[in-house]
Design a protein around this ligand. Structure first.
Ligand SMILES: [Zn+2]
Length: 384
C-alpha cells in the first residue's frame, strides 16, 4: 500500500516588513515579500496547492494527490492573512486553510504577545468566500494537554460550533494550538465530529494512519526559497526526524520541537559559514604548521613521538570538522559522511605532505599520510 503524506506548510502571521525581534518575538511571521517569493518559486517549479477540505476523505480512500502537490495553512487567523496573504494567494492561483480562534474574533493574540490583530467574523467570511478553507483552533488558544478534560472538550466543541454559526457551513478540520495533543484531546476532536486534526513536526510521518494528528511543516521567519523547496518534498519529514535524533534528540530536543510553532529556532543564513569556516581555518592551521622549517617540539627523540601523536590529533579534528559540515549541509547517511570525511582528509594529508617536500628541514613521507588517515579514522569512529 502507498504511504500517504502531503506536504502541508504551517504559516502564522504575514508582515509588511521583515520580521524583527521587536515586532515578532515569538518568531512566527514571514514578510509578505518572502511569502510571495516562496510561492512564486514553487509555482515556477510546477508545484500546486490543493484544498485540505477533502483531504481526510482522500486519506481514507487512499487517493493520493498528484506529485508536486502541497497545502498551505495559517494558524490563529491573523488579520494580515486576509490583507496581505489573500492577494498573494490569488495572484498565484493558490489556496490555503486558516485555523481560527473564534473566542477571540477581532481581538488580539492574548496567548502570545497580545499585539497582533485577529480577524473579525466578517473578515473570516470574506476569506471563506474567496475559497479559503476555514478550520478550528480551539476557542481561546489553550494548551490542550495542560487543561482539564472538561475545558479541553469545551474549547474544541465550542470552536466548531461558533465557527459553523459564523460561516453557515460545516467546519470539519481542526489544528492543535502549539501542535500539542494527547489521547484525550484527540478523542475529543474525533468525538466532536471533526474529520481530521493537524499537529506540527513532531507528529508521525504517515498521514493515512494518523488522521487526528497530521504532520505539518513549520515555516520560520527566515525560511528562504531554497528551504521552502526542501520543505515540500516527500522525504523532508524523514530528514527532519533524522536530524532531530542526531542533534539533541531525546527529551530536551523533543520538548523544544513540541513547543516549536511559537518558539521556533530559525535556520540562520550564516549556517554555511558556521559549518565550513572551521574546516577552512583548521586546514589553514595545518598548512601553517607544515610551512615552519625544521619544526621541532622537543630537542630529543621524544620529538618523533610528539609529532606523530600531533599528526593523529590534528587530522582527527579535521575529519570531525568535515563530518560536521557535511552532516549540516547534506542529507547523506552517516556511512557516506564517514567515507567522504575520510577521503577528503586523506587527500588533504597527501597535499600537505607534498607541501612539506618543499619546506627546508621537512620531508614528505607515505607513513605520515597513513598516520593522518588513522587519526581521521579514529576520530570518525567516535560517533556523536
Ligand atoms: Zn496557534
Amino acid at each position: 500500500m502507498i504511504k500517504m503524506y502531503l506536504p502541508i506548510l504551517t504559516y502564522h502571521r504575514l508582515l509588511e516588513e521583515n520580521p524583527s525581534q521587536a515586532i515578532d518575538p515569538k518568531r512566527i511571521s514571514v514578510s509578505a515579500g518572502q511569502f510571495r517569493a516562496h510561492l512564486r518559486w514553487l509555482k515556477r517549479l510546477g508545484y500546486q496547492t490543493v484544498s485540505l477540505a477533502d483531504y481526510p476523505e482522500r486519506l481514507r480512500n487512499h487517493q493520493p494527490f498528484p506529485s508536486k502537490s502541497f497545502a498551505i495553512t495559517f494558524d490563529d487567523g491573523y488579520e494580515d492573512v486576509l490583507t496581505l496573504g489573500l492577494p498573494i494567494l490569488q495572484e498565484m492561483g493558490f489556496t490555503a486553510a486558516v485555523f481560527a480562534v473564534p473566542g477571540e474574533f477581532g481581538g488580539l493574540n492574548r496567548w502570545d504577545d497580545g499585539k497582533a490583530r485577529l480577524m473579525t467574523e466578517d473578515q473570516l467570511r470574506r476569506l471563506q468566500k474567496a475559497g479559503i478553507t476555514i478550520g478550528a483552533h480551539t476557542c481561546s488558544h489553550v494548551h490542550l494537554p495542560q487543561v482539564s478534560s472538561d475545558i479541553a472538550q469545551r474549547e474544541i466543541a465550542e470552536s466548531k460550533m461558533k465557527l459553523e454559526q459564523t460561516l453557515g457551513q460545516a467546519v470539519t478540520l481542526f489544528a492543535y494550538p502549539y501542535g500539542e495533543y494527547n489521547e484525550a484531546a484527540e478523542e475529543a476532536v474525533r468525538g466532536t465530529g471533526f474529520h481530521a486534526a493537524f499537529a506540527t513536526d513532531r507528529a508521525p510521518r504517515e498521514h493515512d494512519k494518523h488522521l487526528f494528528h497530521l504532520r505539518r511543516v513549520v515555516i520560520f521567519p527566515r525560511t528562504n526559497v531554497w528551504e521552502i523547496l526542501w520543505k515540500v518534498q516527500q522525504w523532508y519529514p524523514a530528514y527532519q526526524d533524522w536530524k532531530t535524533n542526531r542533534w539533541g534528540g531525546g527529551a530536551v530536543g523533543r520538548h523544544i520541537m513540541i513547543v516549536s510553532p511559537h518558539r521556533p529556532i530559525a535556520p540562520s543564513p550564516y549556517r554555511p559559514i558556521a559549518l565550513w569556516l572551521p574546516v577552512i581555518i583548521w586546514a589553514a592551521f595545518i598548512f601553517y604548521l607544515s610551512s615552519i622549517p625544521h619544526l621541532r617540539f622537543l630537542p630529543n627523540h621524544w620529538d618523533f613521538l610528539v609529532r606523530k601523536i600531533g599528526h593523529l590529533g590534528v587530522y582527527g579534528i579535521l575529519a570531525r570538522l568535515l563530518a560536521r559540515a557535511l552532516t549540516g549541509s547534506t542529507l547523506w547517511s552517516w556511512k557516506k559522511i564517514f567515507m567522504w570525511s575520510l577521503v577528503l582528509t586523506m587527500l588533504y594529508a597527501c597535499t600537505d605532505e607534498f607541501h612539506q617536500s618543499f619546506v627546508p628541514g621537512r620531508s614528505a613521507t607515505v607513513h605520515d599520510v597513513l598516520i593522518d588517515s588513522a587519526g581521521a579514522w579514529l576520530a570518525l569512529g567516535l560517533r556523536p
